[in-house]
Write a protein that binds this ligand. Structure first.
Ligand code: SAH
Length: 464
């Protein structure tokens, strides 16, 4: 069986700048190899069973050598796997994508290349700089600051004489040299320069200066790689066109499933939300008891509900099998979700029904604990190589007690000590109690709905 390698452009960082096909490929992948420029939020698009390999950060902070990455790509494809090589920006704009493709072609491995939005263009826009503008630049030039062969020089005279915007990638180590060469070869010393670090990401930082003073500005403001060096008159537009949003720069962790609305709302406000789901839902192939004997069914959560319906259908039955039975939701949220599938569940147990006439369906143990219990799925820990440095987050949002437990269980000692710098936003009183187990800098009570939780988060970071 032959696998396939997808060289996939991840875009400049903001997870929503991935292409639609890119999102689909991530969800189809068996293995994803990603590197240090990738925002971990993107990994939320992978399916729960895929293996995630961080080739940018291995033990002792060494990154995996390019030759090893090439070997891994070929090897996994030969095992029949769908491999995604997730690369920053566009796969063929620097970053050695072309070399990877050559290796795959030579090894006779099926591969494809999916374009991505390159930081060389989008990174400027994210800082309010149009790469071309009728008044300032009628061309742009993307140049590497890093050379394969030592001593190989760029044609500085040619570059310095371009009227268009110059964008240098991988150039930070060479910044003084780049500025000097441009001036020596005829660019005005006052030509505007912008340095944009981590463009489109929560940690985006920028300084603006000119060819003469940009080096000291970079040092004063501690900017470093990965960054874009932008040289040209278009830089002057940044103060006018750089739009800010209320939660810009705020980085939040949601250690739970991909709650789409929470994600979109936070992103729309400028924050970055990283998702992290450690436990996998494993449905259990149970035999359903004779449902005739039950008056009421307690649904602890929607995973149990969906598996229940699957099992009903497998038996040749459908929802009509539940006619005349009372459906009770495990909590308000479950009641809301059941309403979406057309069931008006109650929250109260039928008082007059004897317990032997009640069936509760759920995960490992009953929530209500009244009547018979049927376990319909279990949770398994996912072996996720997603090493978060918690110091990079402003806060963590817990939608359930389970998410708190899962999160705290998964921390290593170092991460545990990082909790003291982290605010915990907890949705509901029970979750508040659970969060007390962690040594958070602050635990902030939020209502159990997403909209008001967002309001609370905004208050905390905008006024707090
Ligand atoms: N293929 C990538 C570039 C890979 S080379 C692309 O199309 O964007 C790596 C260099 O890209 C970094 O050294 C840096 O100069 C630049 N880069 C990539 N992502 C960036 C980002 N989000 N912000 C600033 N620079 C970035």
């Amino acid at each position: 069986m032959n696998g396939r390698v997808t060289l996939l452009g991840a875009g400049p960082g903001d997870p929503e700048l991935l292409t639609l096909i890119g999102k689909r490929r991530l969800s189809e992948a068996n293995i994803v190899l990603y590197d240090r420029l990738i925002d971990p939020s993107l990994l939320a698009f992978t399916n729960d069973n895929s293996e995630l390999i961080d080739v940018g950060k291995m033990p002792l902070h060494h990154k995996v050598k390019q030759s090893k990455i090439n070997e891994m790509l070929v090897e996994y494809a030969r095992q029949g796997k769908k491999v995604v090589r997730l690369k920053a920006g566009d796969p063929y704009v620097f970053g050695r994508g072309g070399e990877e493709a050559q290796v795959l072609q030579q090894a006779n491995v099926d591969f494809e290349v999916i374009p991505g939005i390159t930081s060389a263009i989008a990174g400027l826009a994210a800082a309010g700089i149009p790469i071309t503008h009728r008044d300032f630049a009628s061309s742009f030039h993307v140049i590497t600051g890093h050379h394969k062969k030592d001593g190989q020089q760029l044609d500085w005279e040619n570059i310095a004489h371009q009227e268009g915007t110059l964008v240098f990638l991988m150039g930070m180590a060479q910044l003084p040299n780049i500025c000097r060469q441009l001036v020596i070869n005829g660019k005005a010393a006052k030509t505007p320069v912008a340095i944009i670090q981590w463009a489109t990401q929560w940690r985006q930082k920028m300084v603006i200066g000119d060819l003469e003073n940009i080096n000291s500005l970079v040092e004063q403001n501690h900017l470093s790689s990965p960054a874009l060096i932008v040289v040209g008159e278009v830089v002057k537009l940044s103060p006018q066109l750089n739009i800010s949003r209320p939660l810009d720069g705020i980085h939040l962790l949601v250690p739970f499933s991909k709650k789409q609305r929470l994600f979109s709302n936070l992103e729309d406000l400028g924050a970055t939300a990283d998702f992290y789901q450690r436990s996998l839902i494993k449905p259990l192939e149970q035999v359903l008891p004779n449902l005739d004997k039950y008056d009421a069914i307690i649904v602890d959560d929607m995973n149990a509900y969906h598996q229940f319906i699957n099992l009903l259908l497998q038996d040749g039955n459908d929802l009509r099998r539940l006619v005349n039975k009372e459906i009770v939701a495990g909590n308000k949220q479950v009641a809301r979700q059941l309403k979406k599938v057309g069931i008006l569940a109650s929250l109260e147990l039928p008082i007059d029904s004897p317990s032997q006439k009640i069936l509760e369906i759920g995960a490992s143990e009953p929530i209500k604990g009244y009547g018979d219990f049927l376990q319909l799925y279990k949770k398994e820990s996912r072996n996720l190589s997603l090493p978060f440095d918690l110091r990079e987050f402003n806060g963590v949002i817990f939608p359930s007690t389970m998410s708190v437990k899962d999160f705290l269980d998964s921390l290593n000692e170092e991460q545990r000590s990082q909790l003291s710098g982290l605010k915990a936003f907890v949705m509901g009183e029970k979750v508040y109690q659970a969060a007390k187990q962690g040594d958070f800098s602050q635990i902030i009570r939020c209502p159990t709905n997403i909209k008001e939780t967002i309001v609370r988060i905004k208050e905390e970071f905008i006024h707090g």
